[in-house]
Design a protein around this ligand. Structure first.
Ligand SMILES: [Fe+2]
Length: 297
């Protein structure tokens, strides 16, 4: 972890920091480098959901200014939640743009989300569990080899968010890549299926065409969560992110799990391979090296 105890607003990361981030280090700001007002935090922690059927996340799509996953019927509460999410997303994007300018020109801004449910003891399906170590891969939004950068803020007023991390993706891919089905050349059927899915998607049908890279990353996410020997025996580091703190990480590189915490905000970016300081350290490059072939266009 790299700490920024006294961050001066407007300061951009140096090359050393980009390198650490791309290798899977967490950049940690004990005092959030952008504002989340006291009133906004008080509103967020009033959204106290214990109902197991409640959505895992409330998401906000900045490009469409659209809120999803909120079961709240009260129009005033919906309006307020929309405003808080919009403000958080805008400030997180502004900060990340000024701190990591080399990514900003070519990144795709993804969704923001709010996690209103206590993580400890949650009843979730196995593959959705957050308390098992994994690297991120989004089933509905394949990255095509771009990287997943996420910035998080703990909006809780009194309790930390607790994570564990383990070896990074490069180490895990070398150790488990083949066992997890690192693909060789695709067969005729796989190629035919991919072309079919791309065609159906172009027609507007709700299918998700995935590159070989995205298929592997999704499989690897499940493989790690289902591998109890890995979960039990791997080296672990424990991190506490206090109330009001912010941290960022390439979540496709740092294996991570969330043990406890409630009321977290988060903004995700797809960072283009072309804008990385060390493109050879991107998960897709590591896998293409191991597989000795291209895994995405
Ligand atoms: Fe994750």
């Amino acid at each position: 972890m790299v700490r920024f105890d006294s961050y001066t607003p407007g300061t951009a990361a140096d090359e050393g920091t980009y390198g650490q981030l791309e290798r899977g280090e967490i950049l940690f700001f004990p005092n959030s480098p952008f504002e989340l007002s006291g009133e906004d935090r008080t509103f967020l922690v009033s959204q106290n959901k214990t109902d197991a059927s409640y959505h895992k996340n409330i998401s906000y799509r900045p490009a469409q200014d659209r809120l999803k996953g909120l079961s709240q019927k009260d129009p005033e509460a919906r309006r307020r939640m929309g405003q808080v999410m919009r403000d958080y997303s805008r400030r997180a994007i502004e900060f990340t743009r000024s701190f990591l300018p080399r990514y900003a020109e070519r990144w795709r801004v993804d969704y923001a989300s709010f996690r209103p449910v206590e993580e400890e003891g949650r009843q979730l399906s196995f593959r959705s569990r957050n308390d098992l170590l994994h690297v991120d891969s989004f089933p509905t939004r394949p990255s095509g080899g771009d990287r997943l950068l996420r910035i998080f803020t703990n909006a809780n007023l009194s309790r930390p968010r607790v994570w564990i991390t383990s070896d990074n993706f490069e180490q895990l891919a070398h150790q488990y890549g083949r066992e997890a089905g690192l693909p060789g050349e695709p067969g005729l059927w796989a190629r035919f299926r991919n072309q079919g899915l791309t065609f159906l998607s172009a027609l507007g049908l709700p299918v998700v065409p995935r590159s070989d890279y995205d298929r592997f990353m999704l499989r690897f996410h499940h493989f790690l969560k289902e591998n109890s020997a890995f979960q039990e025996s791997c080296p672990k580091q424990r991190w506490e992110f206090p109330p009001g703190s912010t941290w960022m990480v390439f979540s496709d590189m740092a294996s991570h799990a969330c043990l406890s915490g409630q009321f977290m905000l988060e903004q995700t970016f797809f960072v283009s391979r072309a804008s990385l300081l060390c493109p050879e350290k991107a998960p897709i490059s590591i896998l293409e090296n191991l597989a000795q072939r291209r895994l995405a266009d």
